[in-house]
Design a protein around this ligand. Structure first.
Ligand code: ATR
Length: 280
């Protein structure tokens, strides 16, 4: 009798099961690399999350992505790496020698997208980061790891920017939300990690004419694909890195951990996801 080998499968655990681009991305790579595998969406309510994660392998999965509202809980239920601990949230789970591990791939998603979109960006000395939530922690971790000298963080709620500075040390300089305009002329890199500018959210009211002529502007928001911030940056000839690029790059490591091959972020994949964003 021949033993039947079940194809490897990963899943996205969220609640409610919102429309996600992750299946599109991972199915594209599975097809491209000719790997027999799967990627499902699993709607798991908060009260069922611990049980589901503890029995992830029994459910037939080699790993998972975790999204709202479970990202923080995932830390306590797994063995997190340094990145997940620094961000305070895990978005990718996998088994390592039988232990369920977790990491946060937003850090490399942000940095690798910058490398792909604005080669040489890390020559900047001063970065200005808007926001001080989980996404900001991922960005700040990546910037410090890459050796950026000063990371200025502006947040509407000042206290959160100070907490972030305490966590990450002297590279981080909290500034008042009202002082963003004064910080622009020194900012070689401007990053929006807030939800401002996202479809359905308030606009990011910011005049960026004072940025240096070689500045790079990154926005984590990807709906709309071109935020008013990115449009303004491009209109003044600045290089940009968009939220969709980060989304694609953050998916690479999960796929590699689950299926054993490192996939590429290609223009074809980008076009596929762009089309889905336009006509969901
Ligand atoms: P995430 O994990 O995506 O970073 P979060 O932790 O909820 O989500 O953080 C959202 C960020 O967007 C915060 O920096 C938040 O500012 P506050 O800490 O003051 O809440 C910012 N943000 C959301 N709405 C905002 C608004 N209307 N004006 C300014 N900042 C806003």
């Amino acid at each position: 009798m021949t033993a039947s080998v079940k194809p490897r499968a990963a899943c996205l655990i969220g609640w409610p099961a919102a429309h996600s681009r992750s299946p599109l991305i991972h199915h594209y790579w599975l097809r491209k690399l000719d790997i027999e595998g799967g990627y499902n969406i699993e709607a798991v309510p908060p009260e069922g999350f611990a049980g589901f994660v503890q029995r992830l392998a029994a459910h037939g999965f080699v790993g998972a992505n975790v999204t709202l509202p479970h990202k923080e809980r995932a830390l306590a239920l797994t063995l997190p790496d340094e990145r997940a601990r620094a961000v305070g949230a895990a978005n990718t789970l996998w088994y390592e020698a039988g232990t369920l591990r977790s990491t946060n791939t937003d850090i490399e998603g942000f940095i690798n997208n910058l490398d792909a979109s604005a080669n040489g960006w890390d020559a900047v000395e001063d970065a200005l980061v808007l926001g001080a939530g989980g996404a900001s922690r991922a960005v700040v971790f990546g910037l410090i790891e890459r050796g950026i000298k000063r990371v200025h963080v502006a947040n509407r709620t000042a206290e959160r920017a100070h907490t972030l500075a305490q966590q990450f040390g002297e590279t981080v300089h909290p500034i008042a939300w009202a002082a963003i305009g004064e910080a622009l002329p020194q900012a070689g890199l401007l990053v929006n990690t807030t939800s401002l500018g996202m479809h359905g959210q308030p606009a990011l009211e910011l005049e960026i004419g004072a940025l240096p002529s070689q500045a790079i502007v990154a926005d984590l928001v990807y709906v709309p694909l071109e935020t008013p911030l990115l449009a303004a940056a491009r209109a003044q000839g600045l290089r940009t890195a968009d939220g969709l690029g980060m989304l694609l790059h953050q998916a690479v490591r999960g796929f590699e951990l689950w299926f054993g091959q490192r996939p590429e972020v290609t223009p074809e994949l980008r076009a596929l996801v762009e089309a889905d964003l336009r006509h969901p």
